[in-house]
Design a protein around this ligand. Structure first.
Ligand code: GLU
Length: 305
């Protein structure tokens, strides 16, 4: 398996040249576009990795399924569902819903910014700082890595260049969907996006979703199976932005990407996969990362379809 991963990394690395590192958050543009890494963690706890799998990068949108899971644990499915819908938007992650149209909770999706910004207020906590602390602790627990931390330079860069996210938050507020102060809410959201992880952390979190909430190796329950199914279903329909249909056809796995170049893929009943390659395609997904996953899926028969 290790030899296969190494071969696929070397075959796909040159394709990163066709993508572009995100630069709308200036700090992200410093990433090396040639990097490509992968880590697999199987349900029985066996790990395989290749390429730049130890590089630490920011989660960005990959934190969204974790936000959703924590909100589900804190409030239950019914309450979350009543405030944030589940239908794919078919639009880019930072699309601003038409202000002419009435904005309803069912128009929101937890895997794109508007839904995720609202979701970050649905985590239990006295204030935004406490909500973020709980989210970070929970992410550390899922990744089984107490060292996970915010990458400060990216957080500051997000905050300084977050006009579009501010516009979305104010729009939510104007439609009566968001009650809290916009800057406080965004502070939690920007920090959440700036949590640093490696492919190994993503593989471990993906593996928990793959094993329906049970820890790899020990099988110890970490969160309820029904929430894993809820999150996996949403990852399948809209985890890869407006490239989710194409990804479902090519790879056939629930997955979430982030503009930092990470992908967390979930192979139900088998394994979690973490990928890193920061050069993105036009939809904001890791270009070489998707190619690598597509080939791996064919070689190992990973598609759920
Ligand atoms: N922090 C990013 C933003 O909200 C996350 C985007 C992403 O990875 O999709 O702009």
């Amino acid at each position: 398996m290790k030899a296969l991963l190494e071969q696929l990394v070397e075959e796909n690395r040159p394709f990163a040249r066709q993508g572009r590192v995100a630069d709308y958050i200036p700090e992200l543009s410093k990433a090396d576009p040639r990097e490509l890494g992968i880590c697999l963690l199987s349900q029985d706890g066996e790990e395989q990795a290749a390429g730049d799998f130890q590089r630490v990068f920011t989660m960005q949108s990959i934190v969204k399924p974790i936000l959703l899971l924590l909100a589900l644990l804190d409030n239950g499915e019914e309450a979350v569902r009543a405030q944030i819908g589940v239908e794919a938007t078919g639009k880019p992650f930072d699309a601003i819903n038409d202000a002419e149209q009435e904005l309803l909770s069912e128009h929101l999706n937890p895997m794109v910014n508007m839904g995720a910004i609202l979701l970050s207020t649905r985590i239990r906590g006295e204030n935004s700082a406490e909500r973020f602390r709980r989210l970070l602790d929970f992410t550390r627990q899922l990744a089984d890595n107490p060292d996970l931390a915010v990458i400060q330079a990216v957080y500051e860069s997000e905050k300084k260049n977050g006009s579009r996210n501010r516009a979305m938050a104010y729009l939510l507020k104007s439609h009566g969907l968001l009650c809290e102060e916009v800057e406080d809410v965004l502070d939690c959201y920007f920090q959440a996006c700036s949590i640093g992880v490696s492919c190994r952390d993503l593989a471990r979190i993906g593996c928990l979703f793959a094993s329906h909430g049970r820890a790899p190796g020990s099988g110890k329950p970490v969160f309820p199976e029904r929430y894993a199914r809820y999150v996996n279903a949403i990852l399948m329909t809209c985890g890869m932005y407006d490239g989710s249909g194409d990804f479902a056809v090519k790879v056939g796995l629930p997955a979430k990407s982030g503009v930092g170049g990470g992908i967390m893929a979930v192979c139900p009943g088998r394994m979690g996969i973490g990928i890193y390659s920061p050069a993105l395609d036009v939809k904001g997904n890791s270009l070489a990362g998707i190619r690598l996953l597509e080939q791996l899926s064919h070689r190992l028969g990973l598609s759920v379809f």
